[in-house]
Design a protein around this ligand. Structure first.
Ligand SMILES: [Fe+2]
Ligand SMILES: [Fe+2]
Length: 300
C-alpha cells in the first residue's frame, strides 16, 4: 500500500467531510439536533445512514472514533486496525453469513497471492480459458495490489449494515422491492471509508463490487471514483474481486438463497452472473476448487 494512501490525513476537519460521513458521525455520537442541520441528503439516504449508525454503534471503538472526528482530534488507530473491528464487532452480529462470506473471500485472496508468489500467473492452469492466459501474460500484481484486493475481500460488503437488522437474514428469495433496496449496499461503504481514512483504492473496489456486472450503485458515486475504477490495472483487480464474489455468493450458504450450488452448478451459472464483464478470471475459482483450500472452504 503506498504510504500516501496509507496514512491518515494529518488534518481531518469535521466540517470538510461529505454530508453522508458527517451524518454518520453525528448519528454514531447521538448528536440528534445537529443531524437535522446536515444538508443535501434525501430521506432514503438518512434512513440507510441511521441503520448504518445503529449497526456500527455496536462497537464502542467506532463510537470513540466518531467522537474524535467530531472534535477534530487525531485518531489513535489506523484504518487497517479499525476495519477488522467493524468486521468482528458489527458485521458478525449483524449478519453472520456475510461475515463468513468475507472471511472465505479473504482466505481465497491469500491463497491466490501465495500461489502467485510461488509460480507467477504464467504457471497457473488456464482450465482451457485462453483469455486468462492472455490477460495474465503481462499482469504484475504488486504487494500494494494484493493488499487492496485483500482489504476489499474482507470489507466489500460492509455497507450491508446500512439496511435494517434482519433484512439479509430473511429466509427465501428477495422480492422485487427488496432486490431494488439491496442495491444501496456498495455505496454505503463510502461514509465508512471516509470516516476511518480508508485508502481511496480500497473504497473504490468496495463501492464498485457490483458495478461491472450488475451496474449499481447508480447514484453518482462511480463517477466520483471513475479515474480509479477505469484505470486498466485497477479494473482488472476489480474484475478479480467480482469473480470471487459471484463464485462465493453462489457457493457459500446464505439465508436468501434457497439452494446451495455445487462447484459445477456454479461454473454453469457464473458466466451469466458475470455478464458483460466476461469469464477471464474463472480459472482462479477452478484453481481454488481443485486445491485443498476449496475442500476446506466448501466441504459440501
Ligand atoms: Fe455485495
Ligand atoms: Fe459479497
Amino acid at each position: 500500500m503506498s504510504p500516501k494512501l496509507y496514512d491518515l490525513a494529518p488534518e481531518r476537519d469535521f466540517v470538510l467531510f461529505n454530508p453522508e460521513t458527517k451524518y454518520l458521525i453525528l448519528a454514531l455520537t447521538e448528536r440528534f439536533k445537529e443531524l437535522e442541520k446536515v444538508k443535501g441528503l434525501k430521506a432514503t439516504e438518512t434512513f440507510h445512514l441511521d441503520c448504518l449508525a445503529k449497526n456500527l454503534g455496536q462497537s464502542p471503538s467506532i463510537i470513540e472514533v466518531a467522537d474524535c472526528l467530531y472534535n477534530n482530534q487525531q485518531l489513535k488507530w489506523n484504518w487497517k486496525d479499525l476495519l477488522p473491528v467493524v468486521l468482528a464487532d458489527c458485521l458478525y452480529p449483524f449478519h453472520a453469513d456475510s461475515y463468513h462470506h468475507s472471511v472465505r473471500m479473504a482466505e481465497i485472496v491469500q491463497f491466490l497471492k501465495e500461489e502467485y508468489k510461488q509460480r507467477g500467473f504464467a504457471n497457473f492452469p488456464d482450465f482451457g480459458n485462453k483469455d486468462f492466459a492472455e490477460i495474465t501474460r503481462n499482469l504484475e500484481m504488486t504487494e500494494d495490489d494484493w493488499a487492496c484486493l485483500l482489504a476489499a475481500a474482507y470489507h466489500h460488503d460492509g455497507g450491508k449494515m446500512g439496511l435494517p437488522v434482519g433484512f439479509w437474514n430473511k429466509p427465501g428469495e428477495f422480492n422485487a422491492k427488496e432486490k431494488e433496496c439491496r442495491k444501496v449496499h456498495p455505496g454505503l461503504f463510502f461514509p465508512i471509508g471516509e470516516m476511518l481514512g480508508v485508502p481511496l483504492k480500497v473504497t473504490a473496489l468496495n463501492i464498485a463490487h457490483h458495478y461491472l456486472n450488475l451496474g449499481y450503485p447508480n447514484n453518482g458515486l462511480i463517477k466520483c471514483f471513475q479515474d480509479i475504477i477505469f484505470e486498466p490495472k485497477f479494473k482488472v483487480i476489480l474484475i478479480m474481486l467480482i469473480t470471487l464474489d459471484c463464485y462465493d455468493g453462489m457457493r457459500g450458504p446464505r439465508d436468501y438463497r434457497v439452494n446451495l450450488f455445487s462447484h459445477d452448478q456454479v461454473m454453469e451459472n457464473l458466466p451469466q452472473e458475470l455478464g458483460q464483464m466476461g469469464t477471464i478470471f474463472m480459472p482462479l475459482v477452478e484453481l481454488v476448487n481443485s486445491s485443498a483450500i476449496g475442500r476446506q472452504l466448501y466441504p459440501n
